[in-house]
Design a protein. Structure first.
Length: 150
């Protein structure tokens, strides 16, 4: 029997919600999905936990700083094909911040913007619509993430 190994990349994403109900999204500056709206997030660095990576990526891409201990894990999204670059597994977290929290694009984000929850863009990069839907419904990751893709 031949074993097949797959390279898997590990990422962390953040659903940041202001206490007034707005959601923080970034406009991606790089492919894939350059110009599309997405959740702040990125690769987990060697020796780093996904929770710490989530807090770091949120700060790097939006200027919003939260203590990693204050992040609530929403779940893990690992559907094959969720990223056109290859196999990516993401741990998604929820951050609730004061309504007055400013956001400014940084790192690989073109823009960082607070969106009213009922006026979100129709299409989001990757499977971020499913992650956002789970956060807004107050539910953990779906057992079949493909069933909630936008």
């Amino acid at each position: 029997m031949t074993e097949i190994f797959e390279s898997i990349r590990y990422t962390a994403d953040v659903v940041a919600i202001a206490q007034d109900g707005r959601v923080l999204l970034i406009e991606r500056g790089w492919p894939p999905f350059a110009g599309a709206w997405a959740l702040p997030g990125g690769h987990v660095d060697p020796g780093e936990t996904s929770r710490n990576a989530a807090a770091r990526e949120l700060a790097e891409e939006t200027g919003v700083r939260v203590d990693a201990a204050d992040l609530l894990q929403l779940g893990v999204w690992d559907e094959p094909g969720r990223d056109p670059r290859g196999r990516y597994v993401t741990a998604a977290y929820l951050a609730v911040v004061p309504a007055s929290t400013p956001a400014a694009a940084g790192d690989d984000a073109r823009t960082a913007r607070w969106w009213p929850w009922n006026e979100l863009p129709e299409l989001l990069a990757f499977d971020h619509a499913a992650i956002l839907h789970a956060a807004l419904q107050g539910r953990p990751a779906p057992t079949n993430p493909a069933s909630t893709k936008a």
